[in-house]
Design a protein around this ligand. Structure first.
Ligand code: OSB
Ligand code: MG
Length: 372
């Protein structure tokens, strides 16, 4: 395709309940949406997972909108025959900003695959019609409130519960959830970098609770610290924030810093880099699963396509709409037993509902045109 026009807009979706992690509390998910239009009338949508504040990653929503408008789109307007696989190379001279790049690549994937009548899952090499999914449960105000929330999600059918932890909210909530819901519950914990290597002895006490994995206890660049922790804990260590590219994934596996990888397309610069990480992890017998960033239905549908690849053997953080929002910008994403169906339509398989866009868009959409 040749992109001739793009539109950037921010939507603000109120979360049904505040989502607290060791990084902060979110009550509204603001998401940046990118729509591209090609010379032949092709159209595609992308979602940028950058958050309001640069706490999970260095990117943030307004910064992502700025680099997309000023640098990424102008670099792509210059490419006459743009293929999805050509997006990352055309942007490689611009350093960093993986979430912004991923959003633009997603929009090009959607536009090109829709024009070809091919689903994203088929294009990526998906092998599953539905994907087992879990819920990421935030830090609660009380242990009772936590048990109520977990009970609701377990009753809904989710295949796995992930508890957000931080110093002061770790052993006790994990022990209580394990005791209340029994050994059969697939349970994990995510620290979002809240600990230091000096906490290793404390973290090792989590081994008593049969966690499937412990996600990202230490700083993103501390591969050595994670490797030392992995060597002393029975619980498998999984990395999220540390895995910023296929090269970073190779380094982490070689360093034995993790034995499981959380793949988020936004964090690694797009769905094609995400697939490369899947491929190299599979070659090293490292299981992967698809992480989430409280995406709208648009981003979650695309993540389902990725999670249908064969190496995604653990349930993803891709929950139904009802776990996040009263109303989505797409048709609601629904849980069926412990799974969600992989979209089969061309491209991502869904588009934002114009009425919902009208309701949730904040501020005027920005139009970026070739030659302007
Ligand atoms: O660390 O996995 C994380 C949300 C925002 C930023 C980081 C993370 C998360 C989640 C939510 O855990 C997962 C979801 O989208 O349901
Ligand atoms: Mg995480």
């Amino acid at each position: 395709m040749r992109i001739v026009e793009a539109e950037l807009r921010t939507v603000a979706l109120p979360l049904l309940a505040p989502f607290r992690t060791s990084l902060g509390t979110q009550t509204v998910r603001r998401a940046l949406l990118v729509r591209v239009r090609g010379a032949e009338g092709e159209e595609g949508w992308g979602e940028c997972v950058a958050e309001d504040e640069p706490t999970y990653s260095p990117e943030y929503l307004e910064g992502a909108a700025d680099i997309i408008r000023r640098f990424l789109l102008p670099s792509l307007f210059a490419v006459p025959d743009l293929d999805p696989a050509g997006v990352a190379p055309a942007l490689a001279h611009l350093r960093g900003h993986p979430m912004a790049k991923a959003a633009v690549e997603m929009a090009v994937l959607d536009a090109v695959l829709r024009a070809r009548g091919l689903s994203l899952a088929t294009y990526l090499g998906g092998v599953r019609r539905s994907v087992r999914v879990g819920v990421s449960v935030g830090i609660a105000t009380t242990l009772d409130a936590l048990l109520d929330t977990v009970d609701r999600h377990v009753s809904a059918g989710y295949a796995r519960i992930k508890l957000k932890i931080e110093p002061g909210w770790d052993l006790e909530p994990v022990r209580l959830v394990r005791e209340t819901f029994g050994a059969e519950l697939m349970l994990t914990a995510d620290a979002n970098t809240a600990y230091a290597p000096a906490d290793a002895r404390h973290l090792a006490r989590l081994d008593a609770y049969g966690l499937t994995l412990l996600e990202q206890p230490f700083a993103p660049d501390d591969l050595h610290g994670h490797a030392r922790l992995a060597a002393r804990m029975e619980t498998p260590i999984c990395l999220d924030e540390s895995i910023t590219s296929a090269r970073a994934a190779t380094a982490a596996i070689r360093a034995r810093a993790c034995s499981i990888i959380n793949i988020k397309p936004g964090r690694v610069g797009g769905y094609l880099e995400a697939r490369r990480i899947h491929d190299l992890a599979q070659a090293s017998d490292v299981p992967v699963w698809c992480g989430g960033m409280l995406e709208t239905g648009l981003g979650r549908m695309a993540n389902l396509a990725l999670a249908s690849l064969p190496g995604f053997t653990l349930p993803g953080d891709i929950s139904a709409t009802a776990r996040y929002y009263e109303r989505d910008i797409t048709a609601p994403v629904e849980l069926e037993a412990d799974s969600i169906a992989v979209p089969e339509g061309p491209g991502i398989g869904v588009a934002p509902d114009p009425d919902a866009l009208e309701t949730f868009t904040v501020g005027p959409p920005a139009r970026v045109m070739w030659g302007s």
